[in-house]
Design a protein around this ligand. Structure first.
Ligand SMILES: NC(=O)c1ccc[n+]([C@@H]2O[C@H](COP(=O)([O-])OP(=O)(O)OC[C@H]3O[C@@H](n4cnc5c(N)ncnc54)[C@H](O)[C@@H]3O)[C@@H](O)[C@H]2O)c1
Length: 321
């Protein structure tokens, strides 16, 4: 078996921390190099190698890939939907150039595999709202969505033209308790748990009936690893796979929390993020992922809510003690 050496770029972010830890369990701590522009996340400290790296600096990235004998890259550095609307140029530059830098190096160094996530943000107001299919009208209205859609076609291009084995998922909103979310429109579904435990109240920035596709982080990590470990011939979509687990509204997640914290209240006052959420589908058809590499989720709203509250309560008790 070929020994893989993996570089995770953006390892201190919401997905990066958990993905790095999961990859280290599979490939061994020393075989997974975490990297980020910001400092190493506390949860990663002592679990394996860490390098400080700006993915925009292609030369330095290239040096690291050669020096560390990297065979696979997971590129997670990006500016997300809500932050991107505040600084569109920065979002476009980072989201595009980081991907092109990685794809070029993957081509030159003949890396075995590259992972780069897209998002449901590729879809826009003209896409179907319910069970949005893999192939459909795609007219994103956020700079984040535009950058993800362009990125999907760069992945496809590098695969078709240069044989780079790059794989991708269109993640829905991701819910996690380990690391904080990084400025997306679905961040409310994480914040609500923290405020429920701290204040027994949450002020939501979306309307109560705004349905969005969501996924619990353990499912997202497993999906990512299953996609990356699937035989290449099973991966026939080289733009990015639709993937889904659950869809709910602020009202519904509020009710799921109230079942476990009866005096919890939620108040919804939409801000600029409502327009972003309104442009996205309410649910996603991921039948291709299920067919091609046998994707199947484990967590629904109830199971995820239960697990989030158990872990966050446990973390709070540790802090108090
Ligand atoms: N979290 C979600 O709900 C979600 C949903 C859909 C898609 N995604 C995608 O998944 C990927 C990871 O998202 P996340 O939620 O972990 O984001 P995040 O913002 O939490 O993490 C991104 C990390 O990238 C780092 N970074 C930024 N600029 C960098 C640079 N120039 N060089 C090196 N590192 C840099 C940041 O410091 C941060 O730690 C992104 O591509 C994002 O678009 C996330």
């Amino acid at each position: 078996m070929v020994k893989e050496k993996i570089l995770v770029i953006g390892a201190s972010g919401q997905i990066g921390v958990e993905l790095t830890l999961a990859l280290r369990k599979i490939y061994g701590n020393a075989s997974v190099v975490a990297s980020d522009l910001r400092e190493e996340n506390d949860l990663l400290k002592g679990t394996g190698p860490y390098v400080s790296l700006d993915v925009m600096n292609k030369e330095m990235l290239h040096v690291q890939v050669i020096r560390q004998n990297i065979t696979q890259i997971y590129l997670l550095a990006a500016i997300l939907s809500a932050t991107g609307e505040k600084n569109p140029n920065l979002a476009w530059n980072l989201n595009m150039q980081s991907l092109l830098n990685v794809l070029d190096i993957a081509k030159e160094e003949k890396l075995h595999k590259v992972y780069w996530p897209s998002s449901i943000a590729v879809f826009g107001p003209t896409s179907p709202k319910i069970n949005c299919p893999q192939q459909t009208i795609i007219e994103p209205i956020t700079v984040y969505g535009i950058s993800k859609y362009a990125g999907e076609f760069w992945c496809n291009y590098y695969h078709q033209r240069y044989g780079v084995d790059v794989r991708s998922l269109r993640y829905p909103g991701l819910i996690s308790y380990k690391s904080a979310p990084g400025g997306g429109t679905t961040d409310y579904a994480v914040e609500i748990f923290h405020d429920a435990l701290e204040e027994k109240h949450y002020n939501c920035f979306l309307k109560e009936d705004t349905y969005l596709p969501m996924m619990y982080m353990p499912d997202a990590i497993r999906a990512t690893i299953e996609l990356m470990e699937a035989p290449a011939e099973k991966i026939s979509i080289r733009t990015s796979y639709n993937i889904s687990a659950m869809s709910f509204s602020p009202k519904e997640i509020g009710e799921a929390i109230q079942k476990r914290i009866p005096d919890f209240t939620i108040f919804c006052k939409p801000d600029y993020r409502q327009a972003i959420a309104d442009s996205w589908p309410r649910s996603i058809d991921d039948s291709e992922a299920r067919k091609h590499w046998r994707w199947s989720q484990e967590y629904d709203l109830s199971k995820m809510t239960e697990d989030m509250l158990v872990h966050l309560k446990h973390n709070r008790e540790k802090v108090v003690v």
